[in-house]
Design a protein around this ligand. Structure first.
Ligand SMILES: [Mg+2]
Length: 371
């Protein structure tokens, strides 16, 4: 029973949202195993080999085989040398360029589900699927689709937590790994949290956790039986957060990614561009740059906009919406040429030229080039 206190907060649980937390399983290690199938027979540790670096280095990730020896993230790499038999141990330095690339591909999958998703790290994200692009009401079904899609297209597994807030979704994804799926409803929240050690509570830092332990509080249930007064007296604002979390309350929104509305290039010329051939070359270069930028972001655009400014400082813009969205440099260039021709400025010296693609959207699966 929580002790009576001067101010007992009403424990109002807002369970109107549907939040999924996606956590890739041993992400860096799994990507390396995918790229190098022979690594699967090894206890793989993602870190520079400490035997070649005077014993220095920290483990980024370990595969599940290495974890069986008690090796894990954030440990000194030399620990792996101590714990893992020589014949099984394999170190490999992290390849963040590759991990970021794969992470982008995962993000594209999220964007197919909802625009309201928030990355936490390369391998973790929250999705608010209350309203979603799949028009599905069941978040469990959505989570399953995400897991299967990532597996099928990227050959990687993830674990998902499904709940009505970020905190519980995160706690849930951690509950069954790898390739797990855990649901926590508002009716289950307290019971789900009750037996968990405070060290597992996301958002409670190490120092706070130790202080809670010293106060005799070890598990979720202990926190649930502690009053608001006590917690705020001992921990201030953090105490309020702990009080709420222990009762399955977290109203933090999923912060959606800002999408670029357009991608473009423009250039001002100190020496005006005189002839049509030169102008064409500039348009072509810009179209190529815009196309490259779109492709890097896995976007396609449907509207081409050009902008030109004459030496008299008169600015013209022209736009055309294509039948099909594209990130093809030739299409962008051709369209910009046609738009430019409409202006009848071929003989005019120009001070500025710009090419922009708007009306952007993510490439869909069929359009994504998967290795
Ligand atoms: Mg992970």
């Amino acid at each position: 029973m929580s002790s009576m206190s001067f101010l007992e907060l009403p424990e109002i649980i807002n369970d109107s949202r549907q939040i999924i937390h996606v956590d890739m399983d041993a992400f860096y290690a799994s990507v390396e195993e995918r790229e190098h199938p022979q690594y699967r027979q090894k206890a793989l540790v993602i870190a520079p080999d400490p035997r070649q670096h005077n014993g220095h280095g920290v483990i980024t990730t370990a595969n599940y085989r290495a974890r069986q020896y008690g090796v894990g993230s954030a440990m000194p790499a030399i620990k792996a040398v101590e714990l893992i038999p020589f014949s099984e141990l394999l170190f490999t330095s992290p390849n963040f360029t590759l991990y970021r690339q794969v992470s982008n591909q995962i993000h594209q999958i999220f964007t197919q589900v909802t625009d309201t998703w928030e990355p936490v790290a390369l391998d973790e994200a929250y999705l608010d699927v209350t309203a979603n692009k799949l028009h599905l009401n069941d978040p469990i079904q959505i989570a399953l689709i995400i897991q299967r899609t990532i597996k099928r297209h990227l050959h990687l597994t993830c674990s998902v937590g499904i709940s009505y807030n970020k905190f519980l979704a995160k706690m849930a994804s951690d509950y069954a790994k790898p390739f797990g799926r855990t649901v926590v409803t508002s009716a289950q929240a307290r019971n789900f949290l009750a037996p968990l050690p405070i060290s597992k509570f996301h958002g409670i830092g190490h120092a706070t956790q130790e202080k809670l332990n010293r106060l005799g509080l070890q598990i979720g249930q202990d926190l649930q039986q502690t009053s608001f007064d006590f917690l705020t007296r001992k921990f201030g604002k953090t105490g309020f957060m702990i009080y709420q979390r222990a009762r399955g309350i977290d109203n933090e929104p999923v912060k959606a990614q800002r999408q670029s509305k357009s991608i473009g290039r423009e250039q001002t010329f100190n020496r005006p561009v005189f002839n049509d051939q030169q102008t064409q070359k500039i348009f072509q270069k810009m179209a190529q740059q815009v196309a490259k930028n779109l492709q890097q972001k896995h976007l396609i655009g449907q509207t081409v906009v050009i902008k030109v400014r004459t030496v008299e400082f008169v600015t013209y813009t022209r736009r055309r919406t294509l039948a099909q969205a594209t990130s093809d440099a030739d299409v962008i260039f051709q369209t910009s040429q046609e738009l430019f021709a409409l202006l009848n400025l071929q003989t005019q010296p120009l001070r500025l030229i710009g090419v922009t693609m708007t009306n952007l959207r993510e490439q869909s699966f069929e359009e994504i080039e998967l290795f």
